[in-house]
Design a protein around this ligand. Sequence first.
Ligand code: APR
Length: 269
Amino acid sequence: MEFRYKRVVFLTGAGISAESGVRTFRDGQGLWENHKVEEVASPLGFKRNPALVWKFYSMRRMQANDVQPNPAHIALADTLHALGKAGARALLITQNVDTLHERAFGALPNKDFIDVHGTLSRSRCTKCNKVFSDRWAYFDGQQHVIAHHCDNLWSHPALPNLLTTPRRDPSGLPLSPCCSDLLRPDIVWFGEKPQGVERAIDQLTSCDLFVSIGTSGNVYPAAGFVTVARKAGAHTVSINLEPPENSAAFHEHLNGLASEKVADFLKKI
Ligand code: APR
C-alpha cells in the first residue's frame, strides 16, 4: 500500500470512543459518580483514601471492559499497521484512558503509541514507579473485594509485566511485586504531568500530516500539538462533531461522526 504522507501523527480524544458507549464520569458539578474529582483522581485523594480510589477505578475498568472498539479505532489501528509496513513513521497519541486503542490494535508497540493521560490497563508501584499491565478489577459494583482474577479484562496478547496474581493487603488493596508497596492506577491525575510529551513533540516537529480526532481542543498540552505540527510544515486536519476550540490552527476540518469520517479520510492519505 502506498501513502502520500510518510511521517504521520494522530491525536485522539473522548469523541473517538463516544460511539463505543464509553461513559464520561464528570457531571456539571465537578463530581464523578458522586465523588468529588479530587477525591478519586488526585495524588492527595489516593493518599487519604486509596480504597475509595481503587473502588472507583475497579468500576471504571469493568465499565471499559463492557464496551468495544468501534470502526474508528479499528480503521486507525489498520492504518498504523499499514503505514508501518510501508516504511512510513506513524504515531498515535491519545488522551483517552479507556484501552480501546490498545484493544483495537492487539497490543500497541510502545514506539507507535503514547497515552498522555495514562490508561486503565496499567498500574504502577507507589514506591519505585515500576509499571505493570494490570487486568484486575479489585472491587465489585457493591464495592466488595473481588478475590479472583477476572479473566476477560484486557485480554490482549503481549502485555509487558503482566500482573497475574497480585498480592493484596488485608483490605484487598493490590501490592506491587517489586516493593510490596501499594499499587496505584497508571492514570495521570489532576496536578500530575502528562506522560510522553517530549517524545510526542519530537515526532510532531518532523511530521508531514497531523490528524486530530474527537477532541474539543481545550486541554493542554494536547491542544497545542497542532500548532507544533503546523510550524513543522505538516498538513493539519481535524475530524470532530463540531469545530474544536483550536480550529483556527487546522488547514481542514471534517465535521461528523468519527465512525464514519475516520475510515473515509484514512483511505486518502
Ligand atoms: N465523533 C466525533 N467527535 C465526537 C463524537 C463522535 N461520535 N462525539 C463527540 N465528539 C466530539 C465532541 O464534539 C467534542 O468536541 O468530541 C469532543 C470531545 O471533547 P472532550 O469531551 O472535551 O474530550 P477531550 O478533548 O478528549 O478532553 C481532553 O480533558 O477531561 C479531560 O483528561 C480528560 O482526556 C480528557 C481531556
